[in-house]
Unconditional design. Structure first.
Length: 365
């Protein structure tokens, strides 16, 4: 059996009582205290995540912008140095290779942050389409990545840096930020539905930065958080998870992230298929469901209208914030309207649920 990969922070997990799981080939903390406690910490105060398992791919060269324009759905030509962009990479049929962040480091240099389980396949996909003066390097093993998220994230991180974080707007970043002697890229991004920052540093510096952040956040009761709460937080905010709301079989438009598909730009992989979906509408779409009957919808549970199968649950849980049983589901479009009453099969029982507005949770500005 292949040994699970570990981040540079692994040796610190035990100190904080982490329970680890296999996550896409990585031994990662699912929780430190409890998912509910960590979830609440991020919604109300701040939480700290080790997300060093994420992939970092650097694209460089005179033709790097042109290359990325062909490879991703969003319009890279609009990206200025110091800004980040959320986008998708697609197959010719419109199915999703991955969703990712692109950071423009310089005129001819970009950092792509991709999903951990897809890092190698994304790297090969990019390499397989190289054209012109472009190099693509998988630098993941050299990078550490931490995320401090929540309404008090800025206050805590500000104690450790000289730059004025209030000037860093959403989806912008600063390179070479000094965090108590370690250099890092600090970006105002995240995957929780809250304000917060993602910190990219040398893998070897990540334990020091982790310790500094927890020390600086003692007064604010910052908690170390695992991937369990990261999932419930992103789910309430309806941020898609690759392998659930997005996949080789689910297009960005079906998943509800059509805003990252810019059809006005020149040819890109998947453009034709996505254009047809935009013009004609999709036969299925991701919607929010709230249970009427008692039961928790889980990934993969089938959804019915009477006895007709109409889709399946992509994500679901009892929402720690809303205290309701909710789910995201990929349904046939004719059943995907607000108020539509359908049934989820849970333990051989068909239980009533209804289509509701999404996102389930939106932070107040």
């Amino acid at each position: 059996m292949e040994r699970l990969k570990r981040t540079a922070l692994f040796h610190l997990y035990k100190e904080y009582g982490a329970k680890t799981i296999d996550f896409g080939g990585w031994e990662m903390p699912v929780q430190f205290t409890s998912i509910k406690e960590e979830h609440s910490a991020v919604r109300e105060r701040a939480g700290l995540f080790d997300v060093s398992h994420m992939g970092e791919i650097v694209v460089k060269g005179d033709d790097s912008e042109k290359f990325l324009q062909k490879m991703v759905t969003n319009d890279v030509s609009r990206l200025k140095t110091g800004r980040a962009m959320y986008t998708a990479m697609c197959y010719e049929n419109g199915g999703t290779v991955d969703d990712l962040l692109i950071y423009k480091l310089d005129e001819k240099e970009y950092l792509l942050v991709v999903n951990a389980a897809n890092t190698e396949s994304d790297f090969q996909w990019l390499k397989g389409h190289l054209e012109g003066d472009v190099t693509v390097e998988n630098e993941s093993e050299h990078w550490g990545q931490l995320a401090i998220q929540g309404p008090l994230a800025e206050k805590v991180l500000q104690k450790l840096v000289d730059m004025d974080l209030s000037k860093l707007k959403a989806f912008t970043f600063q390179t070479n930020v000094d965090i108590q002697g370690s250099k890092a890229l600090v970006s105002r991004t995240g995957y929780t539905g809250e304000d917060g920052f993602e910190i990219y540093c040398r893998a070897s510096d990540s334990p020091d930065i982790w310790n500094h952040l927890l020390e600086a956040g003692k007064e604010e009761k910052v908690l170390p958080c695992g991937l369990g709460s990261r999932d419930t937080l992103r789910f309430e905010a309806c941020l898609p998870l690759y392998g659930q709301e997005l996949s080789a079989d689910i297009t960005p438009i079906e998943a509800g992230i059509g805003f990252v598909v810019k059809l006005h730009k020149d040819e890109f992989i998947g453009k034709e298929a996505l254009n047809i979906q935009k013009e004609r509408g999709t036969q299925r779409k991701i919607v929010g469901l709230e249970m009427i009957d008692r039961g928790i919808p889980r990934n993969g549970y089938p959804v019915f209208s009477d006895d007709q199968p109409i889709g399946y649950i992509t994500s679901g849980t009892q929402s720690p914030t809303l205290k309701k049983n909710i789910g995201l589901a990929l349904l046939k479009s004719e059943f995907a309207y607000l108020g539509s009453e359908v049934q989820v099969e849970i333990r051989q029982q068909k239980l009533a649920t209804k289509v509701v507005e999404t996102p389930f949770y939106k932070r107040s500005k």
